[in-house]
Design a protein around this ligand. Structure first.
Ligand SMILES: *Cc1c(COP(=O)(O)O)cnc(C)c1O
Length: 374
């Protein structure tokens, strides 16, 4: 929550719910990452928030971009990133999209199996590939679990196959799970990466790069490690496992780059009870389908601010749509002031990442979440 955002809301009084992102905070975050991990190239994970103003700012600061689709690649290019600053980091790509990326000059691709290597070898001859390894996401609030990556032992075969297919077997990647508050979470994946480097080296292929992924936390209700804490812990692990053969590294912060830069303005539509004396239900004009998708399984718990100072009572917090899954917090109710009223303005902090693009197009006719970047 920044004064610039509060001032913007006071001055412009936007009608309906909206996200406001303060670019000054994004700039601070970028500079902090750069300072904490000076030897790593930063690839902003575009999916976290692809607003053109954010991409342009980051491009001007020197950021690179981790893109998951041709559309994201085009957004990064429109923001001023040359193709050598773009990685096609999705391990699940249509072959024609690999070709489209290659045609645009992209030469860095993620893979996690032989079939994907074959697509890249056919459509992006000579490109660099890195193999993603599985990471259990232990300790993360939004684990990315088993969908991406392969076992380290298989990564060796995948990279070997890439090498023999005329690609540059460039390195290893992993993601320790999003909103990862444990700074030691990188350790075991780095140990596996170092092992893969050694085996590949024995086979005559020198890998160069470790992609450390994202996972850097943004502040919600609880304290989080700073960028410097992550940097120190990760550097120690790299030294422990790679000795004096330190690889190139890249990081792909998404949430940590933009999460704390955004605030969603919302409004209380209804406060009710299911029976006399029962828990209060507070319905907002935003919910799971209007930007708060990450409240799924109550995973991410956002700071919710109201204009009231009364005693707080536990409430169920729900969204405005006609789907009964559109409830943010129920298993663990959210404390809100007892004197909260229908029509009160609600501010939801820490919503700069994974909100606008997760909002539905028009479920129940509600328009997609408005976004203002200031
Ligand atoms: C989503 C994603 C990121 C960003 O993760 P955060 O936890 O938001 O920092 C980075 N890399 C890849 C490959 C991703 O899919």
């Amino acid at each position: 929550m920044t004064d610039r955002i509060l001032d913007f809301l006071r001055r412009t009084r936007p009608e309906g719910p909206c996200l406001v992102v303060d670019l000054d905070v994004v700039r601070d975050n970028y500079l902090r990452f750069e300072k904490a991990m000076p030897d790593s190239r930063i690839f902003y994970a575009v999916k976290a928030n692809p607003a053109p103003e954010i991409l342009s700012l980051l491009a001007s600061l020197g950021s690179n971009f981790d893109c998951a689709s041709v559309q994201e690649i085009d957004m990064a290019r429109a923001a001023g990133a040359t193709p050598d600053r773009i990685s096609f980091g999705n391990t699940i790509k249509k072959e024609r999209d690999v070709a489209a990326a290659f045609e645009r000059g992209v030469r860095l691709f993620a893979v996690d199996c032989i079939a994907e290597v074959d697509k890249v070898a056919r459509q992006a001859p000579g490109a660099r590939v890195f193999c993603r390894i599985l990471c259990d996401g232990e300790g993360a609030e939004w684990a990315l679990s088993r969908k991406f990556g392969c076992e380290p032992s298989m990564a060796v075969d995948v990279l070997d196959h890439a090498h023999r297919s005329g690609l540059v077997a460039y390195g290893v990647s992993f993601h320790v799970g999003s909103q990862q508050k444990n700074t030691q979470a990188w350790d075991s994946a780095l140990q596996s990466a170092a092992e893969i480097f050694r085996i590949m080296s024995d086979r005559g292929v020198e890998l160069k790069m470790v992609n450390l992924g994202g996972g850097f936390a943004t502040r919600y209700l609880e304290d989080i490690p700073g960028e410097g804490d992550y940097g120190n812990a990760i550097n120690e692990c790299i030294r422990a496992h790679f000795g004096n053969r330190i690889p190139e590294t890249i990081i792909e912060p998404g949430r940590g780059m933009v999460g704390n830069a955004g605030v969603i303005k919302s409004e209380v539509i209804l406060i009710s009870q299911k029976s006399e004396g029962d828990i209060r239900w507070v319905y907002l004009d935003v919910g799971k389908f209007n930007g708060l998708a990450e409240t799924m399984d109550e995973a991410i718990r956002y700071p919710v601010m109201t204009p009231r100072q009364g005693v707080e009572v536990p409430c169920v917090l729900a969204g405005p749509t006609c789907d009964s899954v559109d409830v943010m917090y129920e298993k663990k109710p959210y404390p809100l002031p007892i004197n909260l009223e229908i029509g009160d303005e609600i501010l939801i902090a820490g919503t700069g990442a994974y909100t606008t693009t997760y909002a539905s197009v028009a479920f129940n006719g509600f328009p997609p979440l408005q976004s203002y970047v200031i």
